[in-house]
Design a protein around this ligand. Structure first.
Ligand code: ING
Length: 301
């Protein structure tokens, strides 16, 4: 039994006017709750420090740099690292990363229970578009503000397990999970910000949006015999609604816990990493069952 007591820390809406400090205060409150509940890992959403700014068009892209962090930790986020270290709690959260040499990424980090950044992931599958799209009711400008991630899909060994990360749209692509599955991943930490209104399809039925979200993470978990912790930023941000649906999915693809609100909410589960072993040694014993001589297209087109 290698148990991780996980707190999936869903965040409610972050308004455009809300400061980093105010958001960090909300995150710290959730971390304190997680500590009181005996958790040793807390997972926050994609772009956890700011509103989902890719909904806003900036003619001058440099104006959008106000949404980015040019160092991590930094003054606003240092309290998160200090509290996590004091609690002996590992954490993961997403943020907009501006590198010293001027590159922009939609990034998430894994911080171990000693407060050290042990892993970094930069979002590879960027949805949306780069230029203002007059045909859309809502803009989704991730391709304008971020470059595709350049670090690939990696896994990190910490807390006695093998952890991976992905971000939002990545969860809809099977390659995401398999790339980490082939590295033996046991728990994937994944934040998301999913608009309820798809700018091209109109107000797609909420039920269908939630179905596709859960289908994606449950399939990824099952087909790679891994835990998936999928954490929403939810609620209405300056009138723009993001869906909830924070879920903890076990290696059989079953949802073991999920959020009930669209506000700041902890979703907690005790996750035994040894529950991944049976699937990896039987149905999804990749070495025994996969036939890569027939998989050329996936890697070449
Ligand atoms: N958001 C959305 C997501 O993949 C999207 C974009 C919404 C794609 C609905 C398809 C359907 O969940 C982000 N941030 O990737």
């Amino acid at each position: 039994m290698r148990e991780i007591k996980v707190a999936a820390a869903q965040l409610g809406a972050i308004q455009k006017a809300e400061s980093r400090e105010a958001v960090v205060g909300r995150m710290l409150a959730l971390m304190a709750q997680a500590k009181a509940a005996g958790c040793n890992l807390i997972v926050y959403p994609e772009l956890a420090l700011t509103t989902f700014f890719p909904r806003w068009y900036h003619e001058n892209r440099a104006e959008a740099d106000v949404w980015f962090e040019s160092a991590m930790p930094n003054e606003a986020t240092q309290p998160l690292f200090d509290a996590a270290r004091e609690y002996g709690m590992a954490m993961s959260f997403g943020y907009a990363e501006l590198t010293p040499d001027g590159h922009h990424f939609n990034t998430s980090i894994l911080v171990d229970d000693k407060g050290n950044i042990v892993g970094k992931y930069r979002k590879i599958h960027l949805p949306g578009h780069a230029e203002y799209d007059h045909d859309r009711s809502h803009q989704h400008l991730e391709k304008r503000y971020f470059e595709p991630g350049d670090l690939g899909f990696n896994v990190w060994r910490t807390m006695g397990g093998i952890f991976g990360m992905a971000i939002c749209n990545d969860r809809r692509w099977p390659e995401t999970y398999r790339e980490m599955g082939l590295q033996g991943v046991e728990m994937i930490l994944l934040g998301f910000n999913t608009p309820s209104v798809n700018g091209q399809k109109g107000a797609e039925a909420h039920a269908q949006r939630m179905f596709h979200h859960k289908l994606s993470v449950q399939a990824g978990a099952y087909q790679n015999s891994t835990w998936v912790i999928a954490v929403a930023k939810a609620g209405s941000e300056d009138g723009h609604h993001l869906m909830g649906g924070t879920v903890i999915v076990n290696p059989d693809g079953e949802i073991v816990a999920e959020s009930r609100t669209e506000d700041d909410e902890l979703v907690i589960a005790a996750c035994d990493l040894d529950a991944t072993v049976f699937g990896k040694e039987t149905v999804f014993d990749f070495a025994r069952h996969r036939r890569i001589e027939h998989y050329g297209r996936i890697n070449t087109q």
